[in-house]
Design a protein around this ligand. Structure first.
Ligand code: VG1
Ligand code: CO
Length: 561
């Protein structure tokens, strides 16, 4: 097979965000060599010695343009001296499965074709993520390198005649260039390695027995994302649940026109059916399968922050954690402090990191933490280096089966022991970027002028005194790297927090995220009140301080969690 160098013009906008490069699909479709440039930049970021003959895992969430992108990756990888690609059948691999496969087969990295929870289709979003040898999202040092290469790139190498039938399982071998270097493409079953790993973590027999003997009904909604095949295999085939336990389980290029984001707004179908009271345990996943939303009977919503804390408190219900040495837990900064209390109670270490799973990787590699999560419906452990939606669902099923209680009873008994961190997040999607920038600038000025320190702010009937206001910074305790400007925090004397960030995963306009966390003691009469009621005064304060309605013209957020 012939290798050719193709001249190209560099782009200046291929900077990976919180989780990979995400853009409107049209950009990949219409800008010449946009995909090729980025793939070449990724491969070139791997130093030459490690790149020659190495193995890379490739797969994605099935969205529009994924298959074309995979063929380009095959051609460019062959021309860049990669030894082997491991690709999911039809290109399908969830993000957690890619992480699992990288680790299992000691690959040098993985390329994931996904824009995660963003909608897909010709007029929606596409994305490309790069994971490194530990199975986790590339750290900033690597994404900075990829970006730097992409800005100077003047040519890419490719094998234009190479084409692989990715619907057929099996290994294909090609001989590339003048030296006839061997290049293999192995198409693997999309779910098998991942399912085997889940079986080694959980006691499938125990969960299966419990589902059968208790008669609980489960509902797994994959929102037409990548998780359908995984859910069908695990929930129906392995755990013996009925066919109606899995829905929206065929991956579609446009997710059936939906928004594959497991939250109360975009997974409305699941929320509605759970409210009918027929099912006891509901789960929704995002497009690429790393996020999860857990809902109990009658629509009882489990806050992702509580989900993390409860899994932490009950981690001994999960066989994997009985075999491994559990030393600590972590959460992203905006996530509520519920898990902190569990770590303290169990005498384990606790870490806070910026938003984005890449920040957990070093802590896991150094065995400082085994369990972590984010408020954005992400939970996971050190079995891989990505958050893992199915893992979270199976963790919950293990806890339910072990404790023989409903989701609601497990959560409320947790609050009665630890007290409750009420949490909410307001998302303002696609706001004017200038308005969002102005808001952040104003808040930064307040930090500089120490304007709010010591002030008492009143919202409706409650007052809070500001103890500290800053722009969050994080120093990685393993490699000493520093991350700055990770979100503006207003910290109150009672421990309540208001946080503002701009999203790093959107593709058009800006998304403002406003997070609120406030602690309610275990003997408070309002312990079980709706979080929205408890947090009303703080929401009012947050809107007044930030001037979001005035600056953006939005009177209500797009999504409330
Ligand atoms: C969002 C979430 C963050 C998550 C990231 C990737 O980022 O807030 O917690 O890690 O998405 O998740 P941002 O920058 O938009 O707030 V996923 O499921 O896209 O891989
Ligand atoms: Co995702």
């Amino acid at each position: 097979m012939e290798v050719t160098a193709v001249k190209t013009t560099p782009y200046d906008d291929q900077k990976p965000g919180t989780s990979g490069l995400r853009k409107n699909t049209q950009i990949f479709l219409t800008k010449p060599s946009y995909t090729e440039n980025f793939i070449q930049s990724i491969l070139q970021s791997i130093d030459e010695n490690s790149r020659k003959g190495c193995t890379i895992v490739v797969g994605g969430d099935g969205r529009y343009y994924m298959k074309e992108a995979i063929q380009k990756i095959i051609q460019i990888s062959a021309a860049n001296g990669i030894g082997k690609l491991i690709i999911g059948q039809d290109g399908i691999l969830s993000t957690p499965a890619v992480s699992c496969i990288i680790r299992k087969y000691s690959a040098t990295g993985g390329i994931i074709l996904t824009a995660s929870h963003n909608p897909g289709g010709p007029n929606a979003d596409f994305g490309i993520k790069f994971n490194t040898a530990n199975g986790g999202p590339a750290p900033s040092s690597v994404t900075d390198k990829i970006f730097a290469i992409s800005r100077l790139l003047t040519s890419y190498s490719t094998c234009p005649d190479l084409k692989v039938e990715i619907s057929k399982l099996g290994c294909n071998e090609f001989f590339i260039g003048e030296l006839s270097t061997a290049f293999k493409v192995e198409v693997i079953n999309s779910v098998q390695d991942y399912v085997d790993m889940m079986k080694s973590i959980f006691n499938f027999d125990m969960i299966k027995d419990y589902i059968q003997s208790s008669g609980i009904k489960v509902r797994f909604d994959s929102l037409h994302g990548v998780m359908g095949p995984y859910a069908s295999k695990i929930i129906c085939n392995e755990l013996g649940a009925s066919e109606e336990s899995v829905i929206h389980s065929v991956p579609l290029e446009d997710f059936g026109g939906g928004h594959p984001d497991p939250n109360l707004t975009y997974a409305a179908d699941l929320v509605a059916i759970m409210k009918e009271g027929v099912f006891d345990f509901g789960v929704a996943f995002d497009g690429d399968g790393d996020r999860n939303m857990i809902i109990g009977k009658d629509g009882f919503f489990v806050s992702p922050c509580d989900s993390l804390a409860v899994i932490a408190a009950n981690h001994k219900s999960i066989p994997y954690f009985c075999k491994t040495n559990v030393t600590g837990f972590a959460r992203s900064m905006p996530t509520s402090g519920a898990v902190d209390l569990v770590a303290k109670d169990l005498g384990l270490s606790f870490y806070e990191v910026p938003t984005g799973w890449k920040y957990f990787g070093n802590l896991m590699d150094a065995e400082k933490i085994q369990l972590c999560g984010e408020e954005s419906f992400g939970t996971g452990s050190d079995h891989i280096r990505e958050k893992d939606g199915m893992w979270a669902a199976l963790s919950w099923l293990s806890i339910v089966a072990d404790r023989k209680l409903s989701l609601k009873d497990i959560i409320t008994s947790h609050w009665k022991k630890y007290g409750r961190n009420c949490f909410t997040r307001y998302d303002y999607e696609q706001v004017n970027p200038d308005a969002a920038a102005k808001m952040m600038l104003n808040l930064n000025n307040m930090i500089e002028m120490k304007q709010l320190i010591g002030k008492t702010l009143t919202g409706i009937d409650k007052s809070y005194t500001v103890e500290k206001m800053d722009d969050y910074e994080y120093t990685d305790s393993v490699d000493g790297s520093l991350a700055v400007k990770q979100g503006i925090r207003i910290l109150f004397t009672d421990g309540s927090r208001i946080i503002f960030r701009l999203s790093g995963t959107g593709s058009s306009g800006a998304t403002i995220r406003m997070y609120i966390d406030s602690y309610v003691t275990k003997d408070d009469p309002g312990l079980e009140a709706p979080a929205a009621n408890v947090l009303k005064p703080l929401v009012k304060i947050a809107l007044e301080v930030s001037q979001i309605p005035q600056l953006t013209g939005r009177n209500s957020p797009t999504v409330i969690t």
